[in-house]
Ligand binder design. Sequence first.
Ligand SMILES: Nc1ncnc2c1ncn2[C@@H]1O[C@H](COP(=O)(O)OP(=O)(O)OP(=O)(O)O)[C@@H](O)[C@H]1O
Length: 434
Amino acid sequence: MNGSIALALVLAVLAWVFVVGDLLRRHRPAWHWYLTGYPATTCRVLFTWRKVALLNDLSVSRRPPRGLLGDLVVKGDPLRPVAPRISFPRATRLGLTVMVRLHAGQTPATYLKAADAFVHAWKVHAVRVTSPERGLVLLTATATDPLLRPGLATAPAALLSALVGVLESGGAWVMDLRLIPHWLIAGATRSGKSTLLARLITQLAPQPVALIGIDCKGGMELGLFTSRLSVLATCRREAVAILGALVVDMQDRMNACRSAGARSIWELPDSLRPVPVVVIVDEIAELYLSDGRRESKAEAEQCSVLLLRLAQLGAALGLHLVVAGQRVGSDLGPGVTALRAQLGGRICHRVNDPGTAEMTLGDLNKDAVAVAQSITATERGVAVCTGPDGGWSRARSHLTTTEEAIAAAQRHSALAPEMSAIRRALAALEGDDK
Ligand SMILES: Nc1ncnc2c1ncn2[C@@H]1O[C@H](COP(=O)(O)OP(=O)(O)OP(=O)(O)O)[C@@H](O)[C@H]1O
């Protein structure tokens, strides 16, 4: 009897050591933060709050800045401004949050301007300012950059949805083309654009989706995935032929919807629904820039018009655009700004010029532009991305090696739908050349 009790005890101790030891090992950064970082940062928040609020014009005096002295109106800065009331800092896995009650007349914009001051005063990696409720501002401090060593996020699989990386909050970074049909991806050379495209293709490869590549850098990037691509254009002439054929296909899709009384292909019965198409463009500048020759200008204009038509009408018809480029600016041509307006999803990696960050994010989220500009050359794969709720977040793509991407494309090559009309358009080009 004693022997079996001793054995049970030994087994219980071993189980404890394995289970708890493993938990501690896996969650060490979080435990470390809860035990040391959180108390220290909480002290900093509480002890510096009044000073930081005062220096950043967040404190307000209860007395008006004008008063009567006899018959005279006296103006001046009243004494003892009062700092806004804050909640006790609440620990999160990555940092802490503080709720601030706004003084009457204050808006969250004042706190957005002070975000950098909080970062320095509290010695944290970043502070985000949001307003979950009228009259309240939530300050979310992140202790260290979670994207330095991002974990693997998970998300439920869905058609036209790709899990491409992890968000700063630890959540999944998902490009859902049914939610946001078209995307613009900007990033300087070696910033991680192609890796993100590789990840996107790897995720879409097992799905019943046609992938069309337009890579006018001679197909060096997208050529790796030829086995899963339905068609690949490697020069602008081919791109014009493919885009032209896609616009014709779009009209067929419209007719199919009209005769079935449907407003999008998703309302069509399964038997009638055409396959969704994702057009991936690597290096948009190659499509828009011309060398001054008449034919080159005409080709660039054609590309611009065709891309715009696809972006304007394609979403409901299952035609999606993912356009990547090192530099996106109005100097590429007047069509670029119009196209950008149609590309609702935006991703901005490190960029070389402020204009590209402004062009990618500025019309949607002004405050995201500064964050995108602060991405350094060592932060490869890090980007600022817009979310479906209209907000933005820093994120990092899951590193997909060339070998993994090629293997995935080959594994699912049988799923590449035959786009015969587009192939015929390409063949006609070859015929013209002979
Ligand atoms: N999420 C990531 N995590 C870690 N490393 C990454 C990540 N994304 C990209 N990298 C690394 O950064 C380097 C450059 O990436 P990539 O080729 O995708 O850049 P790019 O923007 O496409 O450059 P280019 O415009 O010159 O083709 C690669 O060596 C890649 O391994």
